[in-house]
Ligand binder design. Structure first.
Ligand SMILES: CC(C)(COP(=O)(O)OP(=O)(O)OC[C@H]1O[C@@H](n2cnc3c(N)ncnc32)[C@H](O)[C@@H]1OP(=O)(O)O)[C@@H](O)C(=O)NCCC(=O)NCCS
Length: 413
């Protein structure tokens, strides 16, 4: 018989064994894992859960109670991390049952959405998770940054700045989609770890932006060959961005290259030479400016609740009665049909037999990408990933879900 439940303290060594075997590429020792677990256990938003088969621990995962900002509303979002199955119990549907447990657990907790970072996107796509926004990685020499702004207002932050840091984070979060609230444990970890640094830009005693970074060995692997890897670049106004870039530029003597991870597709506009340090050229004459990766995925788990929580959001100011038929073969109780009645942007869900203007049929994965603003409706239509009853309504539906504020996320889990 199988049972899925939170782990007790004396089961943590077995948890570590499964994790170390599942993620050998994450080069940590058992002792480092123990320290990490101690920090995790102090985090009230996190729980460690395992699947027991006849009493034997065969799979583990981490569940996170996140609060995510989306379309102006703070939503409870279930986060899933560290899914791992014992080497000798793979292909026995352990992960299948754990993901089902995770989704149902958060439905019961009255969340409407879940999120995860996949190690294999196809594995979770099959389970109904939709793609979030892609991340860019630019690699350039500090001298390629613009000579604008001043580092005079920028300084390294320490734990005594955590309140100013979080206040800045929350102001940005309030006007952005996709950011997760920082838990106190997450903030503690940020300022106590050895590797992550944070440089912040001050306006008096208010922090107006920051760059989170770490040093990594450079390509020459020598003592003096270092890269500065930016994990997050967050700013409230353009002048702050230039000040933070001035700080990064001033590291030229020490840094072979800056590796900037950012959701920004247009950062090349700021570089004097937009070429990535790679020398890839493709026809006719296009040169690599950055690389891109898929990452975070979102999944709706309760459609009526989701639209109820967004009752104050304006869906593109549109007026339309749209029937949505959403398939979900992994979590059938989540599938359904509803009429989304939108009047001047305000939406409410009505029963499926309500008269409507147009109907739309799609899978939960694509609907999740659409409602989070990660993918535009026209893209889904163009790729034939949705069925639409009346093409004349394309523009209205596109505007209904469109945001130029595509979701971003700086939280690792
Ligand atoms: C990846 C990993 C978690 C998979 O665990 P697992 O227990 O072997 O996986 P499962 O046996 O539950 O496989 C998932 C099953 O769900 C099935 N499934 C997925 N979506 C489904 C759907 N919508 N409807 C029906 N079945 C579905 C898959 O077909 C698969 O079954 P099959 O093998 O019979 O085809 C495990 O191999 C592991 O720990 N790997 C190392 C760590 C890692 O990579 N973790 C990140 C995971 S992305």
């Amino acid at each position: 018989m199988r049972e899925i439940r939170p782990l007790t303290n004396h089961e943590l060594e077995d948890y570590i064994t499964i994790q170390l075997n599942a993620y050998p590429g994450v080069r940590v020792t058992r002792e480092q894992m123990r320290e990490r677990m101690a920090r995790m256990q102090a985090d009230p938003i996190l729980s460690l859960v395992g699947l027991f088969d006849e009493g034997e621990l065969t799979g583990v995962m981490r569940l996170y109670d996140f609060t995510m900002q989306l379309h102006g509303a703070p939503l409870l979002v279930g986060g899933l991390g560290g899914v791992a199955v014992a080497l000798d119990h793979k292909k026995e549907k352990v992960a299948y049952e754990m993901v089902q447990f995770f989704l149902r657990h958060y439905r019961e907790k009255e969340a409407s959405l879940t999120a995860l970072y996949p190690f294999r996107a196809d594995f979770y796509k099959q389970m109904g998770f939709g793609y979030g926004r892609k991340l860019n990685q630019y690699r350039f020499h500090p001298h390629q940054l613009p000579k604008r702004g001043t580092k005079a207002h920028v300084g390294l932050l320490s734990s005594r700045d955590r309140y100013a840091f979080n206040a800045c984070y929350q102001r940005v979060m309030a006007r952005t989609n996709g950011m997760m609230e920082n838990s106190p444990a997450y903030l503690d970890a940020m300022f106590t770890g050895d590797s992550l640094r944070v440089a912040g830009c001050w306006d008096g005693d208010e922090l107006r932006g920051y760059v989170q970074f770490q040093f990594e060995p450079g390509r020459h692997r020598s003592l003096l060959s270092n890269e500065l890897v930016v994990r997050a670049l967050v700013y409230e106004e353009t002048a702050v961005l230039y000040d933070l870039l001035a700080f990064l530029r001033s590291q030229a003597d020490q840094i072979e290259s800056i590796v900037l991870n950012t959701h920004d597709d247009d950062f090349h506009l700021l570089l004097t030479d937009p070429r990535n340090t790679g020398d890839l050229i493709f026809p006719t004459v296009y040169q690599e400016s950055n690389i891109q990766g898929t990452g975070i995925m979102y999944r709706l788990i309760d459609v009526p609740r989701f639209f109820g929580l967004l009752r104050d959001h304006s869906f593109g100011g549109q007026t339309c009665r749209l029937k949505v038929q959403m398939a979900d073969n992994f979590l059938p109780e989540n599938a359904g049909a509803w009429v989304l009645d939108v009047v001047d942007g305000r939406a409410q869900l009505l029963p499926a037999d309500t008269p409507h203007d147009v109907s739309l049929a799609l899978d939960v994965a694509e609907f999740s990408s659409l409602v989070t603003g990660a993918i535009g409706f026209k893209t889904l239509l163009n790729y034939d990933l949705v069925e639409l009853s009346d093409a004349a309504c394309t523009e209205t539906i596109h505007r209904l879900f469109y945001t130029d504020n595509k979701p971003v996320c700086f939280t690792s889990f």
